[in-house]
Design a protein around this ligand. Structure first.
Ligand SMILES: CCOCCOc1ccc(-c2cn(C[C@@H]3NC[C@@H](O)[C@H]3O)nn2)cc1
Length: 449
């Protein structure tokens, strides 16, 4: 039996997001978001689920913080609902919205838990969407105004800020593939949205520096990792295109000040122009203090002529899968982390999301989610390997503290280490909660395999 031991400086945490857990969508002066609209559009979300109630965390935040205190985490990563702060996206600040997040943050700090605040986790005010949303370059300034309001309101309380969560999901999955809100299917729009989010990120970082806000700021792209099906050049090239779509398109502008030319050309070939204005790339590429990485899965990519934008297909090579159907691929976690380290340098990294979907229900008050424990073990082993290879990992936050609204999957897919009964909102700590608590306390775990 061998153990996996982490450095004593390693930080541990859990992550959630506003629309997925808060509920109380018509309380505290909150305005509508694009996810209120999308989730109530027939056919967009499984079972017609929406975030009206979710986990009830707007009212139950003290109970949630109690659970985190029991867990012994260093960080709680949550997101702020922009429509709670500016119901129409801009204009007069909604003090009740700020007050809610002060209550939450004060509760965390009282327990010695550091807040890690995501400013944009997809719930754009609907009023801004009505003016073109992220396809409208003016939304950049609205975001920066919102970000500066939060920086100043929480100065000294929040010292870890994330500008955008998973910009690939918020741009391409939402505006080219149409799977997430607002549900467009327009490549040009998606390319514009991604660029505007990148510029908004850069401007918020710039103002964070100018305001002299105490703390660190970064962003949290989602990364998947694909390996080529064979060493044929066509498969290697197909795999490169698939990886670049998630990685290079969002990492190169921030770390290199340019977009990957082969993807710019590919988008142009498919009718989408990159609209960069003078100064954009300089603003995007200013240094960040840390990089958040969200990793879940990966696959094997094979060239397939005329198959989609990148002419590739994912091959099922016998991976075990979680209940949402994603491959369990811990080697991909090691591969993507070492790739990022080799390609973009020694930037401090927090794993801001990693977790698995398993849908076990309580039996006699206990949730036996041994497969989630196994997923955690396998990915922490891969993380340990990456750290021993020199990747500068500062912390690991699992997705998620509790089961919650999983976007287009609604409440059918459970990622939490705490089970939520969506009828009663009762929380039940799963076996994985107790495993994670013990691992955090010990700073190591015994490998089961
Ligand atoms: C056209 C094919 O489309 C198939 C669906 O394509 C995707 C891709 C990626 C995801 C996805 C979901 N998550 C988990 C979230 N991360 C942030 C947090 O809010 C979690 O809920 N990460 N990526 C979903 C769907």
């Amino acid at each position: 039996m061998s153990i996996v031991q982490f450095p004593k400086e390693m930080k541990w945490g859990v992550a959630t997001a506003s629309y997925q857990i808060e509920g109380a969508v018509n309380e505290g002066g909150r305005g509508l978001s694009i996810w209120d609209t999308f989730s109530k559009t027939p056919g967009k979300v499984k079972n017609g689920d929406n975030g009206d109630v979710a986990c009830g965390s707007y009212h139950r935040y003290k109970e949630d913080v109690e659970m985190m205190d029991d867990l012994g985490v260093d960080f709680y990563r949550f997101s702020v609902a922009w429509p709670r702060i500016f119901p129409d996206g801009t204009g007069e600040v909604n003090q009740a919205g700020l007050d809610y997040y002060h209550r939450l943050v004060d509760e965390l700090l009282e327990k010695g838990i550091q807040p890690m605040c995501t400013l944009y986790h997809w719930d754009l005010p609907q009023a801004l969407q009505d003016q073109g949303g992220w396809g409208n370059r003016q939304t950049i300034d609205a975001f920066v105004n919102y970000a500066n309001t939060m920086f100043e309101a929480f100065e000294g309380k929040i010292k870890h800020w994330i500008t955008f969560n998973e910009p690939w999901c918020a741009s391409f999955l939402s505006n080219y593939m149409g799977v997430h809100a607002p549900g467009n299917q327009d490549l040009q729009l998606a390319v514009d949205v991604a660029h505007h989010m990148n510029v908004a990120h850069g401007k918020a970082v710039s103002d964070f520096r100018k305001l002299g806000i105490e703390g660190q700021i970064g962003y949290a792209p989602n990364v998947e990792w694909n390996e080529p099906y064979s060493n044929r050049q066509e498969d290697i090239d197909a795999c490169k295109r698939a990886n670049a779509f998630h990685l290079d398109w969002f990492f190169d502008p921030v770390f290199k000040g340019e977009y990957p030319k082969f993807l710019v050309d590919l988008f142009e070939k498919n009718g989408a122009q990159l609209h960069v204005e003078p100064g954009d790339m300089e603003i995007i590429s200013q240094p960040i203090d840390f990089l958040g990485i969200n990793y879940y899965s990966g696959s094997v990519a094979r060239y397939k002529e005329n198959e989609g934008l990148f002419e590739h297909e994912r091959i099922d090579t016998g991976f075990q899968k979680t209940d949402i159907g994603w491959n369990i691929y811990p080697e991909g976690f090691y591969n993507v982390l070492t790739h990022i380290h080799k390609t973009y340098g020694d930037v401090p990294i927090y794993i801001t999301e990693n977790g698995s979907c398993y849908n076990e229900e309580p039996e006699n008050g206990r949730v036996r989610d041994s497969k989630r424990i196994d997923y955690l073990q396998q990915h922490l082993i891969a993380l340990d390997r990456a750290m021993k290879s020199g990747v500068n990992i500062k912390g690991y936050l699992t997705w998620s503290l509790m089961d919650n609204f999983e976007w287009a999957e609604g409440y059918t897919m459970r990622f939490g280490i705490v089970h939520v009964n969506y009828r009663t909102l009762e929380r039940t700590k799963k076996d994985s909660f107790y495993w994670y608590k013990q691992m955090i306390s010990n700073g190591f775990f015994e490998r089961l395999s």
